[in-house]
Design a protein around this ligand. Structure first.
Ligand code: IFM
Length: 453
């Protein structure tokens, strides 16, 4: 039985999140162009088992059924992303009407079911033609992104009231361009930093466009943030944790909310910094309405005796998810308090939080996943405690509505509230799905009771 005693405000938004390449499939339909992830998946050795998003959950054809699942959950909001190569198959120039039609119908059907669309414009599927022309390390890609945002918001801006410009620019920069574990598979620190700067600039451009094409809408960006803890009180361990914080968090938060890059990191990266022109930081720090955060774990960090900047210490006393990520719910609470204290965003949404576990179907066909329920419940309790301390957290999106294509891990890692049998594409709500449904309903009931009292 749930012991959850915390209460979220009545107007709190309950949602679930997804991303285009991870769920849509239909990768060759209706004029969609190639994305860097199509190319990466087709490159031997890059994605486990040679998996790809070619079919994924087939959301492109089955979204009616998935909206039925959202209704059953009682969601207020659904976070999804738009595939740039569906809208502009050549990355810029010609608009593919069929691509926009799909999202138009999706938005209408969500709204018709009382579910608010929270739209992410970029969740990693860069058109391959743009990568071939230099990709995100090239400044010109910002103009192409602006064209794409213009086309999408001109069509959907009258109905979409919440826009997220980018998802996790740190991952795109470092995992995709610095270390090569994600598409496009580059391995250059200088490319990673150029990518980060251009993603942030393109965010600023997108905010301007969205203000014009979607007046009254709320606009934000989603960062993957964690709360690094120093392993001990030693100055060396504290410095190591500060480095990790600079790499993951401050490199994005400072320019967005303070209009400057952090000095300590600038010093460390002086040799490989991209060109930062006059006006760039003003554009990046264009005011936004909310900060989206994706949080899954928070590392324990110590000094690296082998000459590196830091090392991650494995905690002995915590549970781990199937990704090997440590379950650290107080990390989310501390992160929310810190963001509120240090950066004061107008509003915050947890735009992703969840856990992968190796789910299997039982003899009766059901999927029992008590670990995921416990994970979600503990993180939600942390979030609620932060709200009680004044953090303007306005909503929570579980990652994910469906098991889906988990990037370089292929279909091996299951994050969904709904199990997908990838052979048949059958949807099977897991135990955590019913738990989340009941949790949302109880929160609403209790909040309404409080309001009436
Ligand atoms: O699946 C991803 C998502 O695309 C971005 N945030 C983290 C999730 C789990 O790894």
């Amino acid at each position: 039985m749930s012991q959850f005693t915390e209460l979220f405000p009545a107007e709190f938004v309950w949602g679930a999140a997804t991303a285009s390449y991870q769920i849509e499939g239909a990768s060759n339909e209706d004029g969609r162009g190639e994305s860097v992830w199509d190319r990466f998946c087709a490159t031997p050795g890059k994605v486990r088992n040679g998996d790809s998003g070619a079919v994924a959950c087939d959301f492109y054809h089955r979204y009616h059924d998935d909206i039925t699942l959202m209704r059953e959950l009682g969601l207020d909001a659904f976070r999804f992303s738009i595939a740039w190569p569906r809208v502009l198959p050549e990355g810029k120039g010609r608009v593919n009407a069929a691509g926009l039609d799909f999202y138009d119908k999706l938005v209408d059907e969500l709204l018709g079911n009382g579910i608010a669309p929270y739209v992410t414009l970029f969740h990693w599927d860069t058109p391959q033609v743009l990568e071939d022309a230099g990709g995100w390390p090239a400044r010109e890609t910002i103009d192409a992104f602006a064209e794409y945002v213009e086309a999408v918001s001109a069509r959907l801006g009258d109905r979409v009231a919440h826009w997220i410009t980018h998802n996790e620019p740190w991952v795109v920069s470092w995992v995709g361009h610095g270390w090569g574990h994600h598409a496009p598979g580059r391995q250059s620190d200088a490319d990673a930093l150029a990518t980060a700067h251009h993603l942030l600039l393109s965010h600023g451009r997108a905010v301007e466009i969205l203000r014009r094409n979607s007046p009254g809408a709320q606009v934000g960006i989603t960062l993957n943030l964690d709360n690094p803890y120093a392993a001990t009180e030693s100055p060396e361990d504290i410095a190591a944790a500060r480095w990790v914080d600079g790499l993951h968090n401050r490199w994005f938060l400072d320019p967005l909310f303070r209009g400057s890059y952090p000095d300590d990191m600038l010093e460390a990266w002086a040799e490989i910094m991209p060109e930062v022109r006059d006006g760039d930081l003003e554009l990046i720090s264009t005011p936004i309405d909310f900060l989206g955060i994706n949080n899954y774990t928070s590392p324990l960090v110590a000094a690296d005796d082998n000459g590196g900047r830091s090392r991650i210490v494995r905690r002995a006393d915590v549970d781990r998810t199937d990704m090997g990520w440590e379950v650290v719910p107080e990390g989310l609470q501390d992160l929310l308090l810190r963001l509120h204290r240090d950066y004061q965003p107008e509003a915050i949404y947890v735009t992703e939080n969840g856990a992968a576990y190796p789910d299997v179907r039982g003899h009766d066909g059901s999927v029992n996943d008590p670990e995921r329920q416990a994970y979600l419940e503990s993180y939600l309790a942390g979030a609620a405690r932060a709200v009680a301390q004044g953090v303007p957290l306005r909503g929570y999106f579980a990652w994910s509505l469906l098991d889906n294509f988990e990037w370089a891990w292929g279909y091996w890692k299951r994050f969904g509230l709904t199990y997908i049998d990838f052979a048949t594409l059958e949807r099977v709500p897991k135990g955590s799905f019913y738990w989340y449904r009941d949790f949302i309903a109880k929160q609403r009931l209790r909040a309404a009771g409080e309001a009436a009292a």
